[in-house]
Ligand binder design. Structure first.
Ligand code: DAH
Length: 340
């Protein structure tokens, strides 16, 4: 009678264990069957009524069933633990061989890129690349360029004055003077750099921008030489035909002086904010070096002469990429910079 009850119980419990779908579903089976008040505990109480030899035999059966169920529960639990681990591993799987999303690559500022291109061009034409200070002396920025105090040309370049005869250079032309002080003619040099003007900022004016100064001093330099280098420069930079015009222009450090304009590449000459609706952009003021400028720096104008130019590098970059607001260039805005 008890034999049958035990074996039925055992097979029922085993079936429930096998059917369980989670570790939680095993727990009630354990409590109901093996627990202190479980069915097996009940049966073992009833065993007290049996004859001693019968009690020993049923006791053995009972223990065997108990042990078998404990093992089955243990195995079930283990099965669920293993599959939970497998599920977790599947969910958290990472392909460590995939390339990591590396740091965002930087790039050179468009002004730097253009500057380097122009440097390469002029180096290939036998020019040196010189550097000069951004904090300049009044002498190098003005006097030595044939712009004495009280000369109206000083007003044309609104200046950030510093103390002690110093200023923020308003153009790269002072590097001409420094070049002539350091080297003897014949001399070919360019000087790229940052310049500063104390003027109000709008789409085409910034207080800080870039120029490239150029100077060649040799014997019998003419306007033809000047034009040759300027045309080479522009066709190299734009890699296409650009329309240019030459106007007389006044700069105290050249005589004759010219304004070399190019037709606005942003609007094609119809007028826009960059060309101030004129269709033309002043890009390349230039001329033959004024003999006074040579003399001031100790070069004999009877023996030597030369040409000079002051390229608006920032403007050139705006023309090339169709940038219609100069303020973008110094903004540090990554949405702008990442396009170059
Ligand atoms: N330094 C002048 C400026 O910034 C530009 C310039 C004009 C430079 C004529 C030159 C030159 O070398 O010949 O306004």
């Amino acid at each position: 009678m008890l034999d049958q009850q035990i074996s039925e119980l055992a097979s029922q419990a085993e079936a429930r264990i096998a059917a369980a779908r989670s570790a939680q579903e095993l727990e009630p089976v354990r409590v109901e069957v093996l627990g202190r008040k479980g069915v097996l505990a009940q049966i073992s109480k009833e065993m007290g009524k049996l004859a001693p030899e019968e009690r020993a035999r049923v006791g053995k059966l009972l223990n065997a069933a108990k042990q078998a169920l404990e093992e089955a529960l243990e195995a079930g639990k283990k099965r669920f633990e293993e599959s939970a681990l497998r599920d977790q591993l599947d969910a958290e799987w990472v392909d460590v061989t995939l390339p990591a999303p590396g740091p965002r690559p930087g790039s050179l500022h468009p002004v730097s890129q253009m500057q380097m291109e122009i440097e390469d061009l002029f180096v290939s034409l036998g020019f040196m690349v010189l550097d000069g200070p951004e904090v300049e002396t009044e002498y190098h920025n003005f006097d030595a360029l044939n712009i004495p105090p009280e000369h109206p040309a000083r007003d044309a370049q609104d200046t950030f004055w510093l103390t002690g005869g110093h200023l923020l250079r308003t153009h790269t032309s002072p590097v001409q003077v420094r070049g002539m002080e350091r080297f003897q003619p014949p001399l070919r040099m360019i000087a790229p750099g940052r310049v500063f003007r104390n003027e109000s900022v709008d789409a085409s004016h910034d207080h800080t921008f870039y120029q490239i100064e150029g100077m060649m001093i040799d014997r019998d330099v003419s306007v033809a030489h000047l034009l040759y280098f300027m045309k080479t420069l522009l066709s190299e930079v734009f890699r296409r035909e650009v329309t240019v015009r030459l106007r007389p222009g006044f700069f105290p450090f050249v005589e004759p002086g010219f304004e070399l304009d190019i037709q606005c590449l942003i609007c094609g000459g119809t007028g826009c904010p960059v060309c101030k609706q004129s269709g033309w952009v002043e890009l390349l003021p230039c001329g033959l070096v004024n003999p006074n400028v040579l003399r001031i720096s100790g070069i004999d104008p009877e023996k030597w002469n030369g040409f000079a130019f002051g390229l608006g590098l920032t403007r050139l970059v705006m023309m090339r990429y169709g940038i219609d607001d100069i303020r973008l260039l110094q903004s540090g805005d990554l949405r702008f910079l990442e396009q170059f």
